[in-house]
Design a protein around this ligand. Structure first.
Ligand SMILES: [Fe+2]
Length: 291
């Protein structure tokens, strides 16, 4: 296995000195370990998980091969062409895995043209098998028009929640489907989680830096001149955070959109934590548990 150059990085704080305090800012509040769900017998940490070989570059277009080759030059970064490739995040040498994908163009157009006030803005702690039942009433409350495009969106969220639950080996997933109209987590930081899945359905996507530039980005923040990497809209990425183990955590930030009039739609998936809502349907007012 190639030696990881980022292992030479000095010890670093969880949020890189950021003064961000809220969980909505990508989990910069350290989870209370005692409140975390205990691992099941035999369950492995993200950093000690079983190795899986992820084919890289097979069957890809020349342009995507070029992107993959560029990213592959950075140890710890993987790209894949299918959801199954996201499993690479369980390898101890992988800090970030990016599934390069495109959603149907009609769904992209629908999302971009939607009135921003109708975009979902919700958080759920839910079992994957309950996701659709839990999500639909919230979308109704929001006024998101029903139809084929909404069904495609819900189907995509559903499949990503299931994939994350399988990869993270968790029965419950903390699902945030948020509309973001400001700069949100504009500071470079590492998330205080083991790992988190992100995808941006609308608007500019998350920015990140390669591990060898992480400390410079954390120090310089807005003065950092790059290089800065950009996820593309609809890419699915699983970032390791600072809780994955010593030296882990991809430094990243939200794109600055304040004043542009744009509104992003972001999906963020996490394992349950102390700041998660009550599990659905226990926490749902619409569908309370039976006595
Ligand atoms: Fe974050």
């Amino acid at each position: 296995m190639p030696k990881r150059t980022e292992a030479l990085d000095p010890p670093r704080s969880a949020n890189g000195g950021s003064d961000l305090k809220t969980d909505t800012c990508s989990g910069t509040t350290p989870p209370k370990v005692s409140a975390m769900k205990p691992r099941r017998s035999g369950e492995e940490t993200w950093s000690s998980g079983a190795h899986r070989t992820t084919p890289r570059g097979a069957g890809t277009s020349p342009s995507r091969q070029a992107i993959g080759a560029s990213l592959a030059a950075c140890a710890g970064i993987e790209t894949c062409e299918a959801a199954e490739g996201l499993d690479a995040i369980t390898r101890p040498d992988v800090e970030l895995v990016i599934w390069r994908r495109s959603l149907p163009s009609r769904l992209q157009t629908w999302l971009e043209r939607l009135d921003a006030t109708l975009l979902p803005d919700m958080r759920l702690l839910v079992r994957p098998e309950d996701l659709v039942r839990a999500l639909e009433p919230l979308l109704n409350d929001r006024g998101l028009p029903q139809g084929e495009m909404r069904a495609l969106l819900v189907c995509d969220v559903d499949s990503l929640v299931s994939a994350f639950a399988r990869i993270a080996r968790t029965d419950l997933v903390d699902v945030r489907l948020q509309s973001v109209g400001g700069d949100a987590c504009w500071k470079f930081h590492r998330d205080c989680v083991e790992a988190r899945l992100l995808t941006t359905y609308r608007g500019p996507a998350t920015e990140w830096v390669r591990p060898r530039h992480a400390e410079a980005a954390l120090r310089a923040q807005k003065r950092f001149k790059g290089p800065i990497e950009h996820l593309r809209a609809h890419d699915v990425a699983i970032f390791k955070g600072s809780c994955a183990g010593p030296g882990s955590g991809i430094v990243h930030r939200s794109p600055a959109i304040a004043g542009t009039g744009r509104t992003r739609l972001l999906l963020c998936l996490n394992k349950p934590s102390a700041v998660s809502p009550e599990p659905w349907p226990k926490g749902s007012q619409r569908d309370p548990p039976l006595p």
